[in-house]
Design a protein around this ligand. Structure first.
Ligand code: HEC
Ligand code: HEC
Length: 461
């Protein structure tokens, strides 16, 4: 029979031997891949560049339950910056998610209504690229950005509103009334609902994607990022950071435990984290499970971790290497990973600027957009949704609008010469002072509209 003290002794000895052996085992060496191989590896393992064009962006972020359109995006943008969504009219989303500062507030914890701090001392995550995440919030409790947007408006320590009051305030503004009608339809104020406020804000957030040197590297430009960044990307991929921080957003795709691996010394620590857990937040169901943070723009979103306890990015990288992959990085490895993180610092893609002459925007949804006085000659808008669009004074000569839906669109003073309008339904559309020389109206439908002014039609029909 083994005595209790002997049993304890044996157990301790085993633990010390196992940990000791693991400690002295050679670390997994990696082979740094040459550029083309590194890119191919990254692309085939879930990393991807952010799209350049509106059309490509739709394929990535459009939501079947909240279809994007430039008018909806513009409405969401207005709401994002509007302080009337907070009880004392001083706070907007932008207060805590500064778009020009990496999409967060640079504070350890968020400060909202009447200077109140987040009760769990939670750090504001970035809104940039958040739409690409599978879940929202530190504990992943919201499904998408549309659902998420209702949270801060109602949180007593953020904007402190009720849905009814938010709707009442928005509905009282004539420009909002009109914009909601244009985007969501309905009569009067019917479409100003809390759900539609959330949808519009969500639509805007879906366009808040950033592109950086990293994207250009993934697209084939070997000179876009330097040697240290390439070593950092090699480490990030091969040492397993990418296992959790993955996808186009480099994070946001899953919920994971932190810290995952604890060293012997940690068993005797009372803090569950390698930093003071001010606020006492323990993640999903108190099980230290967190939505993996998005690492795009990480160099601009200090301080780090759920409660903003760590100021330095290098320290965050060290903690991650030690506790998530079980291999503490040395100084050189840490600075290489930091150099890679630098290449994730990007600019919001101006998707709306792709409305340029000659652009291919087949099937695009531009419903309700203000496209007045633009130069859009030879643009391809085949089968596009152009309902209620304003093309006043716009140059659409040579444009292809075959099969486009233009119900309610305004073409006054637009130039449609040599444009292709075959199969376009122009019923009840006024073409006043519209240039129509050489326009192709084969199979176009037009009843009830008025055609006045220049072009081959001359006077009012
Ligand atoms: C008082 C500061 C504050 C305001 C105002 C605020 N937020 Fe936040 N936001 C936070 C904090 C803190 C979190 C994290 C909360 C949590 O995880 O429980 C967060 C989380 C988010 C997330 C989740 C990001 C992710 O990756 O999980 C999004 C998206 C977001 N906010 C968008 C918005 C929008 C849109 C508005 C305006 C309607 C807004 N926020 C207003 C502080 C704020
Ligand atoms: C097992 C999953 C997992 C692995 C592997 C992992 N991480 Fe993390 N990472 C997380 C989680 C979860 C958090 C959030 C923890 C928290 O805030 O409490 C996080 C946070 C971070 C942060 C801070 C983000 C912020 O916005 O505050 C950085 C930086 C980071 N990780 C880098 C890395 C690096 C570098 C590696 C590889 C050495 C790595 N991670 C490996 C899951 C992981």
């Amino acid at each position: 029979m083994m005595t209790i003290p002997r049993l304890i002794g044996m157990t301790l000895l085993t633990i010390v031997t196992v940990y000791g052996t693991l400690w002295f085992l050679p670390k997994k060496e990696i082979t740094y891949m040459p550029d083309d191989q590194l890119r191919a590896y990254a692309l085939s393992h879930g990393l991807a560049p952010v799209p350049k064009t509106y059309h490509e962006m739709l394929k990535v972020t459009d939501n079947p339950e909240n279809r994007l359109s430039p008018a909806k995006i513009a409405l969401g943008k207005k709401l994002y910056f509007d302080t009337i969504l907070s009880r004392d009219k001083t706070i907007s989303c932008q207060n805590c998610h500064l778009l020009e500062e990496g999409g967060d507030d640079n504070l350890p914890t968020a400060i909202g209504f009447h200077g109140l701090a987040n009760p769990k001392h939670l750090n504001s995550p970035t809104v940039l690229n958040a739409a690409l995440a599978k879940r929202q919030f530190w504990d992943g409790r919201a499904k998408d950005v549309e659902e998420q947007a209702g949270g801060p408006i109602q949180a007593p320590f953020e904007m402190n509103m009720t849905p009814d009051l938010a709707v009442k305030r928005v509905a009282a503004v004539p420009e909002y009334q009109e914009a909601f009608r244009k985007v969501f339809g309905g009569e009067g104020n019917e479409s100003v609902t809390f759900a539609n406020i959330r949808k519009a804000i969500g639509a805007y957030e879906r366009t808040l994607l950033t592109r950086s040197a990293y994207d250009r590297f993934l697209e084939g430009d070997n000179n876009a990022i330097g040697a240290a960044a390439k070593r950092g990307l090699n480490l990030f991929i091969q040492k397993g950071c990418k296992g959790c921080h993955t996808g186009m957003s480099v994070g946001g795709q899953s919920l994971q435990q932190f810290p995952l691996r604890r060293a012997l010394g940690d068993i005797f620590k009372t803090e569950p984290f390698p930093f003071p857990n001010t606020g006492g937040f323990l993640g999903k169901e108190g099980r230290r499970i967190f939505r993996v943070p998005i690492l795009r723009n990480i160099t601009k979103t200090a301080p780090y971790f759920h409660n903003g306890a760590v100021k330095e990015l290098k320290e965050a990288i060290r903690i991650m290497s030690k506790y998530q992959i079980g291999e503490e990085f040395n100084e050189k490895q840490i600075s290489d990973v930091e150099a890679f993180f630098k290449t994730l610092e990007g600019e919001i893609v101006p998707y709306n600027l792709n409305l340029t002459p000659g652009a291919n925007l087949e099937k695009i949804n531009l419903r309700g957009s203000d496209l007045s006085r633009r130069d859009l000659h030879e643009i391809n808008l085949k089968n596009a949704n152009l309902q209620n669009c304003d093309f006043f004074g716009t140059n659409l000569s040579g444009a292809n609008l075959t099969g486009a839906d233009v119900a309610g669109a305004n073409f006054t003073s637009a130039d449609l010469s040599f444009a292709n309008l075959s199969f376009v339904d122009l019923s009840h559309t006024d073409l006043i002072e519209t240039k129509l020389e050489g326009v192709n109206l084969e199979h176009a439908l037009w009843r009830g509209g008025r055609v006045c002014g220049q072009g081959s039609f001359g006077k009012c029909l």
